[in-house]
Ligand binder design. Structure first.
Ligand code: FAD
Length: 400
């Protein structure tokens, strides 16, 4: 059978290998990853793993024996440094080459570097090694001053766990709203309220000017004391190897509706891929487990000869304190929202519309709305803001 090389052994890369075998692929599969750990899930790094509730064995996606048993050659702790498209080989850091018939980039993304003086004092949180370094700094102590740069999902989840570990936490967000890229102002405001009621300080509209040993200087002149500074200001996709191989790259490895790069033998999936999304109506990159897993499964099918375009509905979740936020669809770009449920009780859903069309739902401790919402968005059933705004509107009964 044809040979497949997967570059990057994270959420997406490992799923490409698994899905190929599940779909009956018989040829050799090599999965190359530069981390030491077997493929693992990142979400617990800002949740249970950081809190010390689960260990590495609880993060790995499959036991080591799975890869052996399924004839997947897992190469760990090795980087792919180049791809020779004429010779059709991947080149490893150790200079070994691996031939391929199909190659999949699943190289993920890395934390965006902080462009300020003193950035070397700031820790990031992307890998299990990063989480271990942070845990070491917090270990056995309480009441440390922790500053979080960036009020995105990662920064806020991190803040919630560190607060539960009884440290003093300040989140600094340069935009006027936290999580601006991902959720509506209503949802963001509720989360901010929740953080504040837990004693986390959230500063918005303020940038960080510099970091010094034990201090963080803000752009408005404020100086914060900090025993630990952690940044979550977004990521940069790992595209350098694809670019050097001559593939189209534009904030992500550019792929078509079949997740194919400009070379038909090469696909890209997960955080590193910029793809044509029917839901966004343009090229986007998504950073989520759903996107990594669904794209990986779709690419396995494409390698097996399938011809279906990739159209999966995006969805996402975040856990902060006892808040479970789940989003279905993509809500950015909405021009109208309707809130259903009981915000005062901390259970509500924000329905987001664009031009009268439902584009996404943010369910705040309303898992049923998330599940039903996914179905409605997947099926394309029309739901207008006026219907949702009617008193007593309930997704469960509206669809009968
Ligand atoms: P990755 O998982 O990053 O895997 C890429 C792998 O490729 C990495 O191991 C990398 O080291 C390796 N690699 C890169 N270049 C090379 C090379 N040249 N050679 C060999 N190996 C290479 N998503 C959610 O949906 N819900 C959540 O609650 C959530 N929480 C998160 C919390 C944290 C702390 C983080 C960091 C992410 C979270 N995410 C969450 C996002 C989600 O984990 C990512 O979208 C997902 O991991 C992307 O999978 P991927 O395989 O594309 O990239």
């Amino acid at each position: 059978g044809e040979s497949v090389v997967v570059v990057g052994a994270g959420q997406a890369g490992s799923q490409v290998a698994v899905a190929l075998r599940e779909q009956g692929h018989r040829g050799p599969i090599t999965l190359v990853g530069d981390e030491q750990a077997a493929p693992y899930q990142r979400p617990p790094l800002t949740k249970g793993y950081l809190a010390g509730e689960t260990d590495l064995a609880g993060l790995v996606l499959r036991q080591d024996s799975y890869y052996d048993d399924h004839g997947i050659k897992l190469v760990r702790g090795e980087r792919v440094i180049g791809v020779d498209r004429q010779a059709r080989v991947a080149v490893l850091g150790c200079a070994r080459t691996i031939p391929y018939d199909h190659l999949v980039f699943a190289t993920g993304a890395r934390p965006r570097p902080l462009p300020i003086p003193g950035a070397e004092h700031v820790l990031n949180l992307r890998t299990v090694a990063d989480a271990d370094a942070i845990r070491e700094r917090l270990d056995g102590q309480i009441g440390l001053d922790v500053v979080v740069i960036g009020g995105g999902f990662i920064g806020l989840e991190f803040a919630a766990v560190v607060r539960k570990l009884r440290h003093e936490v300040t989140v600094v967000e340069a935009q006027s709203q936290v999580m601006q890229r991902a959720v509506s102002a209503e949802t963001a405001q509720h989360l901010v309220g929740r953080h504040r009621s837990e004693g986390v300080q959230i500063l918005t509209g303020t940038g960080v000017a510099a970091v010094r040993e034990g201090l963080v200087e803000l752009t408005d002149g404020t100086v914060l004391v900090a025993d630990l500074v952690v940044a979550g200001i977004g990521v940069v996709p790992n595209t350098e190897i694809a670019q050097r191989a001559g593939l189209a790259v534009d904030d992500g490895i550019v792929v078509d509706a079949h997740l194919r790069t400009t070379d038909p033998r090469i696909h890209a999936v997960g955080d590193c891929a910029r793809f044509a999304s029917t839901h966004a109506g343009g090229l986007i990159r998504l950073e989520s487990v759903q996107n990594a897993t669904d794209q990986a499964t779709a690419v396995a099918a494409a390698i097996m000869g399938g011809a279906e375009p990739y159209t999966a509905l995006p969805w996402f979740w975040s856990d902060q304190y006892d808040v479970k936020l789940q989003t279905a669809g993509l809500t950015n770009g909405h021009d109208r929202t309707v809130t259903v449920g009981d915000p005062a009780e901390g259970r509500f859903s924000v329905f987001c519309f664009k031009d009268e069309r439902l584009i996404g739902i943010e369910a705040y401790n309303r898992p049923i709305d998330f599940l039903m919402g996914r179905r409605i968005l997947e099926s394309g059933t029309a739901l207008t803001p006026d219907v949702v705004a009617q008193p007593g509107f309930d997704l469960r009964t509206s669809q009968q």
